[in-house]
Ligand binder design. Structure first.
Ligand code: CMX
Length: 436
């Protein structure tokens, strides 16, 4: 029976041949056009990347290797007695392009358990930071401190490897990083919020449940939430800030620790992953201003208008690609209906969902008035007592490692080159349009 790495290599060789054929036969075929506005407006809609792990449809939402979130919730292997997919299975799917068996998922859990040792100097680096440091800063510093362990960097520095070997060391680093991130994230949480009272890992648990355990939440339904959370936040095709950054930095052959840490700095921005903390902050402000509890729709609408009039965005709403309610929002709503239908904060999130879209639509400029993944996640975490919202983006980051590191393995296996798009000046564009 072949190992995961051997299976990946076989798939990668097949895919590389497919890409070579495509390039040879259709390398000059035009697949799009670019307007001047797109150049100024964040390259929206410009196809410029290949990401094999997932594809985002504006109306249907994300599909991982062709499978939608509802399909994955049904078809991926579950923990014994559980109902939510195990993220180990999603990683297997994104890496190999095929659904795993129960045994494949158990093997992945065990492999990550064996690889999960974090050297002490990583904790020392985090300990050197003041407690007031944002958890995302602690997280990226922890990852950077762990770069000493990069097999890719060591092998490259030795001068003994060539381009055909890069995928192998990238694969090793990706597996080790994924295995170790929950330990680093939990350490940050316990240090910042629980007086440094750390909880040792329990490798009899799956990856997400063990993470929940190390955070200090040993409740079967919280384990289920973590399995779902880690699955739905894992990937959102390649153009979003975190995924694109990992790909870009990795394209310079910066090792997976450097590339992933760079991506996490992008995830830490309020228009991207930090939106999950911003949503809860905004809802708490609303509750405080409106006297607590579950405000009525008119009160919510007035608060939304006030936020907009202050020149701010409504966090958790809108998307650069999606044009419908995010299926990741709906998956969380479904989880909440099953596990915590009467939770007040969750009910407030649902009421906000009824109020915000028509208001954003009325503005006339917002392309997507519907909620994204971040609109719901905080309320679920709060329910279980994980109330320290500055930590929420770290959870997103641990999950995001699955998609972006599977993709990085593919980047090196396909031998993708350094990324270097062309930029121009406004003067260049003025001259260009004059010549039209
Ligand atoms: N509230 C208020 N205004 C919004 C808005 C929102 N939620 N979403 C978009 N707009 C505004 C934009 O700020 C922009 O205004 P200006 O023209 O005055 O600058 C206009 O509508 C057009 O923007 P767009 O094309 O609809 O959206 P973009 O592709 O530029 O940006 C996003 C997408 C997500 C950054 C934006 O919708 C936003 O800021 N949302 C709130 C933050 C958020 O929830 N981010 C998380 C996204 C998911 C993730 O990555 O985790």
């Amino acid at each position: 029976m072949s190992t995961l790495k051997e299976k990946f290599k076989a798939k990668a060789d097949e895919q590389a041949a497919r890409v070579r054929k495509l390039m040879q036969e259709y390398g000059h075929t035009k697949i799009g056009e670019i307007t001047l506005s797109q150049v100024y407006q964040g390259m929206r809609g410009v196809i410029g990347l290949v990401t094999e792990t997932s594809l985002l449809d504006p109306n249907e939402g994300i599909r991982f290797r062709g499978y939608s979130i509802p399909q994955l919730r049904k078809q991926l292997p579950k923990a014994p007695g559980g109902h939510e997919p195990l993220p180990e299975g999603l990683f297997y799917l994104m890496l190999l392009g095929e659904l795993p068996t129960e045994q494949d998922v158990i093997d992945m859990s065990n492999a990550w358990g064996r690889r999960s040792h974090v050297p002490n100097h990583v904790f020392d680096a985090i300990d050197a930071l003041p407690l007031s440091t944002h958890p995302m800063t602690m997280f990226t510093i922890g990852i950077m401190a762990m770069q000493t362990e990069s097999r890719f960097a060591k092998a490259y520095a030795s001068g003994k490897i060539g381009k055909a070997d890069y995928w192998d060391y990238t694969f090793e680093d990706a597996m080790n990083l994924i295995a170790r991130l929950p330990r680093i994230a939990a350490y940050i949480y316990r240090r910042k919020y629980k007086g440094g009272d750390n909880i040792q890992p329990d490798h009899s648990l799956d990856w997400a449940a063990n993470f929940a355990h190390m955070l200090g939440y040993d409740d079967e339904s919280f384990y289920e939430l973590m399995r779902l959370y880690m699955t739905i936040h894992a990937d959102h095709e390649g153009g979003n800030v975190s995924a694109h950054t990992v790909h870009l930095v990795g394209s310079a052959l910066s090792d997976p620790y450097l590339a992933f840490s760079a991506g996490m700095n992008g995830l830490a921005g309020p228009l991207h992953g930090l939106a999950n903390q911003e949503v809860i902050k905004w809802i708490k402000n609303m509750q405080q201003e409106l006297g607590g509890g579950l405000p009525g729709k008119e009160q919510i609408a007035a608060f939304v208008h006030k936020t907009l009039s202050e020149g701010k965005v409504i966090p958790g709403y809108g998307h650069a690609v999606l044009r419908q309610t995010d299926p990741r929002f709906l998956a969380q709503m479904d989880f909440a209906k099953k596990h915590l239908p009467d939770d007040e904060l969750v009910n407030l999130v649902w009421r906000i969902y009824e109020v915000v879209p028509p208001i954003l639509q009325e503005l006339g400029k917002v392309k997507n008035p519907w909620p994204n993944v971040d609109a719901h996640s905080g309320a679920l975490l709060e329910h279980y007592g994980l109330v320290e919202y500055e930590f929420y983006t770290v959870l997103f980051g641990v999950s995001r490692s699955l998609g972006v590191l599977a993709s990085l393995c593919w980047d090196r296996a396909l031998g993708l080159p350094i990324e270097r798009p062309k930029s121009v000046t406004t003067e260049w564009l003025e001259q260009f349009v004059k010549g039209q």
